[in-house]
Design a protein around this ligand. Structure first.
Ligand SMILES: CC(C)(COP(=O)(O)OP(=O)(O)OC[C@H]1O[C@@H](n2cnc3c(N)ncnc32)[C@H](O)[C@@H]1OP(=O)(O)O)[C@@H](O)C(=O)NCCC(=O)NCCS
Length: 174
């Protein structure tokens, strides 16, 4: 089983985060509810394979190869949006651990509500979030038409061969 550790993002991680988001999402620009943010400027947590066991003298390139997950958040006054969540080592608990790190941080920071949107094609994510206590708030129909005005590279067909059209909003009160 993969051992990994979770740690908060630091300013020095921004280049890696930008590269990671670019590879996973095609851009560092994250659009939800008609607004865009630059994901690599957001706070969050990352998962590192091996973590404390990784030797300190490995090269930067090799060290970056050990990064296996990322969660970023956009902080509001009493609520916080989970803007991205990605795991490179699936079904090993990385995604859950990243979410737990955000939830623990949110409780300490006095955040009352965590929320996020997923697109209607992402059935796996819909399952993932609901199993972790996130409840459906609403379906923003045709929201992706607005998102495409900001980010034209959003594909027409998404996961599972489903047309990407709507944003599904979920929340968890923490
Ligand atoms: C969604 C996503 C982040 C999940 O990451 P992950 O690392 O696979 O998450 P976990 O390993 O914590 O959980 C996945 C499953 O593995 C299972 N699992 C967790 N630890 C495990 C272990 N040690 N051994 C076997 N299975 C395990 C979990 O029970 C979970 O199953 P469940 O959802 O039926 O309960 C990942 O699939 C991903 O990056 N998807 C693409 C991007 C995306 O859609 N992001 C979400 C929208 S923002």
């Amino acid at each position: 089983m993969t051992a990994f550790t979770i740690r908060p993002l630091e300013r020095s991680d921004r280049e890696w985060v930008a590269h990671f988001l670019d590879e996973r999402w095609g851009t560092t620009q994250i659009v939800s509810r008609g607004k865009a943010v630059y994901g690599h400027l957001l706070p969050g947590f990352m998962a590192e394979r091996g973590g404390a066991d990784v030797e300190e003298d490995v090269s930067e390139k090799d060290r970056q190869a050990e990064n296996i997950g990322l969660i970023t958040v956009h902080i509001g006054e009493k609520e916080c949006e989970i803007t991205t969540l990605d795991s490179l080592d699936e079904s090993m608990g990385v995604g859950s651990a990243l979410v737990e790190a955000v939830e623990n941080w949110a409780q300490e920071a006095g955040i009352k509500r965590l929320w996020l949107v997923i697109t209607n094609d992402n059935l796996e994510a819909l399952k993932f979030w609901q199993k972790r206590g996130y409840e459906l708030v609403s379906v923003h129909r045709n929201a992706i038409a607005d998102a495409r005005r900001i980010k034209p590279q959003i594909p027409i067909t998404g996961l599972n061969g489903i047309t990407i059209r709507d944003e599904i909003e979920l929340e968890k009160l923490v």
